[in-house]
Ligand binder design. Sequence first.
Ligand code: AP5
Length: 224
Amino acid sequence: MVLLLFGPPGSGKGTQSGLITNWLHIPSISTGEMLRREIEEGTELGRLANGVMAMGGLVVDGLVNRMLLERISQPDCRAGFLLDGYPRTVKQAEFLDSTLAARGLPSAIVLHLDVPFPLLIARMNSRRQCPACGRTYNLLSDPPRNPAVCDIDGTVLTARADDNEAVFRERLRIYDELTRPVLTHYRGRGYHRIDGDRPPKAVFEEIVSILDAEARDRETQPAL
Ligand code: AP5
């Protein structure tokens, strides 16, 4: 099973990705997380990505496609995987389609988390992350016990570098211009729109029923 978690910045892709992979035991691949790791490690790719991400733009297709290809070529991806934040352009979607076909993998199931933009800005302003374990919180909807530190390891929580309002608005603009057209590319083949303006548990329950139905339709074992 190849799953694409699709949606604008802050729509809950990372949150749902954690719930889905705990359930299905398939690897979750976030191109945003991979790029942030490259930046932290000071690699050549990280240096190229850093300026683009700080401005809210997209890293060029060729670099992201190559990074993605390397990751999904690893043995843990043989039985399927979940992509969070990829593809983000029609060119990336075409690259993914041809890669899946060349490897004899099933076509992707697209889970589109739809959330109105004004709500996303509020979510972004209140998102906090633990730099040690990566746990994401929301000061409004999913607060830590102590607003300053991680429940799990007590590390001081931080806001993401690209979570300031001007950059976030640019990320939303880029989503509209370059990423939303990817939905047209997938419409009619494994595409599912999900109302993401509900509590995470309700969103996850809908995803479970969609994937159960897809598994039945595709006559695969739910492995679910
Ligand atoms: P990336 O890291 O992928 O960020 P994004 O797509 O902008 O999405 P976010 O991580 O901001 O949000 P999310 O949807 O995961 O929401 P979350 O679960 O955290 O990309 C960052 C950058 O990397 C891009 O701008 C680009 O530059 C580059 N990049 C990445 N992939 C690329 C690609 N393929 N090509 C080119 N460039 C690429 O939730 C947000 C907040 O809301 C949290 O606080 C959470 O607790 C809360 N929340 C979650 N669900 C709910 C809910 N249902 N109700 C209320 N609150 C909720």
